[in-house]
Write a protein that binds this ligand. Structure first.
Ligand SMILES: Cc1cc2nc3c(=O)[nH]c(=O)nc-3n(C[C@H](O)[C@H](O)[C@H](O)COP(=O)(O)O)c2cc1C
Length: 348
């Protein structure tokens, strides 16, 4: 029998990113408690190796009308095979946290059916499945925090080897080791210079539909403002929504960044498939200003809890640090939600 790795595996299936956030939070919370954990998208995991895992945490959302996220389709198909033995997952411990919305008829359907199937295949639940609900005043986090606390306690009871730092780190007496946050960077960005970019200017924007008819159909004409792009009949132009240029400028200035510097973004953990003959990364560089304008939501996005946790590490004023730590803590969950929802963003 293959030796099972003593590492907590957290598999997530997401359609719009919430389950990824939740999985990463569980992973960080585990590590803070001294429990080694790895977080992976479910489609990066070989379902046939499931019986060789010691403990697996599933974090799955429900989409469509009770459907699995796209990334989970193959995994789910694999689990549903008729020829899998009844005790296929004997010896495996698992827990399921679902993300859903009780406004839907098939509330958290995916988490419920996954839980049932894994259990039917012989695995042992560490804790009753948790169900996050968008309708809760604190969103899915309302259920996640208490569920995580139970998870650590039960996991410790089943297998204390996961927590080499001892029970103090399990029973919520753990202090936030914010120093860790310093090592967590959002992505690797390298700077390069003198590469032209190609942009279009809108020279005509004419409504084609009548006002009040319920649709807004427009005729656009665009012209190149810098380097020429080659195009042919049938090519598709992708239009990305931008945001208020003055807000972008203010953001970059506040962050003390040069808007004109050119960057290449390397997503963490994804091997580049765009390498030139010498093996160098040949992704197209973009201006920092364009990156912020097209990929970030600086005006309306609600910062997540982790953002406050990281910011608290860098805050120098004691009262701001305390407030940020409060927002990042389970006790501050409801106030954080109100803070984000109501836009009363001046309560420091
Ligand atoms: C198009 C759509 C369909 C959804 N269908 C369901 C559903 O059938 N049942 C449910 O419980 N939640 C449903 N939800 C709510 C999501 O599960 C919930 O917003 C969750 O936090 C999304 O997680 P994700 O970002 O990881 O995909 C739906 C959400 C969307 C946007």
């Amino acid at each position: 029998m293959e030796k099972k790795p003593a590492m907590l595996l957290i598999l997530y299936a997401t359609q719009t990113g919430n389950a990824l956030d939740a999985a990463e939070r569980i992973g960080r919370d585990a590590e803070r408690r001294g429990c080694a954990a790895s977080v992976s998208s479910i489609d990066d995991f070989d379902a046939s190796s499931l019986p060789h895992r010691d403990t697996v945490i599933f974090v799955v959302s429900t989409t469509g009308q009770g459907d699995t996220p796209d990334s989970m389709k193959l995994f789910w198909k694999y689990l549903l095979q008729r020829n899998i033995a009844k005790n296929w997952l004997e010896g495996v411990h698992y827990a399921v946290f679902g993300l859903g919305d009780s406004g839907y008829q098939k509330y958290n359907f995916v988490a419920k059916k996954l839980d049932r199937r894994i259990s039917d295949l012989g695995a042992t639940a560490i804790v009753e499945r948790g169900l996050g609900d968008d309708q809760h005043p604190s969103g899915y986090e309302g259920a996640l925090d208490p569920w995580m606390s139970s998870l650590w306690i039960m996991l410790y009871q089943i297998n204390p080897k996961f927590f080499p730092n001892g029970p103090d780190f399990v029973f919520d007496r753990v202090q936030m080791q914010t120093g860790r946050a310093r090592s967590m960077s959002p992505g690797k960005v390298s700077h390069i210079k003198n590469i032209p970019d190609c942009f279009l200017k809108m020279i005509k924007n004419q409504p084609l539909s009548r006002t009040g008819c319920g649709k807004d159909v427009r005729h656009f004409e665009l012209e190149f403002v810098s380097a020429t792009i080659q195009y042919g009949v049938g090519d598709v132009l992708e239009v990305l929504p931008g945001q208020d240029p003055s807000a972008v400028d203010a953001f970059l200035q506040r962050c003390n960044l040069n808007p004109e510097s050119l960057i290449i973004v390397h997503p963490i953990g994804i091997e580049s498939h765009h390498r030139d003959a010498e093996g160098n990364d040949s992704k197209v560089p973009i201006k920092l200003k364009t990156f912020v304008e097209l990929t970030m939501d600086i005006a309306s996005a609600s910062p997540r809890r982790y953002f406050f946790e990281v910011m608290s590490v860098f805050a120098t004023a004691e009262h701001e640090k305390e407030r940020l730590q409060y927002f990042a803590s389970p006790e501050g969950r409801d106030d954080l939600y109100q803070y984000n929802q109501k836009g009363t963003k001046n309560c420091f």
